[in-house]
Design a protein around this ligand. Sequence first.
Ligand code: HEC
Ligand code: HEC
Length: 167
Amino acid sequence: MRHQNSARLSWFRTTLRGRIRAFIGALFVAAFAVSAASIAEPLATLRGETINQEPRAPMMGKQVNTDLRAVRNYPEQPPTIPHKTRGYAINLQANKCLSCHSRRAIEQSQAPMISVTHFMDREGQVLSSVTPRRYFCNQCHVPQLDAKPLVGNDFVDADAVIKAKGN
Ligand code: HEC
Ligand code: HEC
């Protein structure tokens, strides 16, 4: 009898523990859902249609083509591309970007040469032409669109931060 009682008691304890765990788990899930909903909210309306409707694709943005080199937000930032890149192939046979930006092409094109980091292999050895690690230019460099930003951005340049601190 005693034995049975304690067995029942331990069964009760384990289910109670299970319930508490389930309750805490549910709390977490609810908290996550609430925070996910509040993050996703502003962008959720972009599609502008219900899930079973196919909305019209938005017009393609206009590529910035000012030919003016843009400021870099920090020294190691890959500069953005200030010209059009439509139809510029990069594959095994050809690299259109290098036809202007390679070491030997710049005299003719007057484009800025790819910097020395683009010649370094992973050991830091400087090769005579572009390293395979930097062959696919648009892995890092991107053209810009003349488009309204989707979300706000309060990025502050490091210089402004230092100035605000007063040193
Ligand atoms: C027809 C020659 C030409 C081709 C092809 C070309 N560029 Fe350029 N690029 C230039 C010139 C010239 C500049 C200087 C700014 C200007 O005149 O647009 C420049 C500027 C840039 C800059 C800005 C550099 C800086 O310091 O701000 C980047 C990045 C760049 N190009 C990347 C590319 C990539 C990537 C490709 C291939 C998808 C490419 N370019 C193809 C001529 C070219
Ligand atoms: C792995 C990323 C990466 C790839 C791939 C890459 N770049 Fe860059 N590029 C950078 C970074 C980072 C900088 C700025 C710092 C530096 O020079 O390394 C830069 C700088 C440049 C500059 C400015 C150089 C200067 O001295 O002002 C040009 C032009 C450029 N890249 C063109 C190219 C072209 C053309 C290709 C393709 C052949 C290419 N990049 C591939 C990351 C990359």
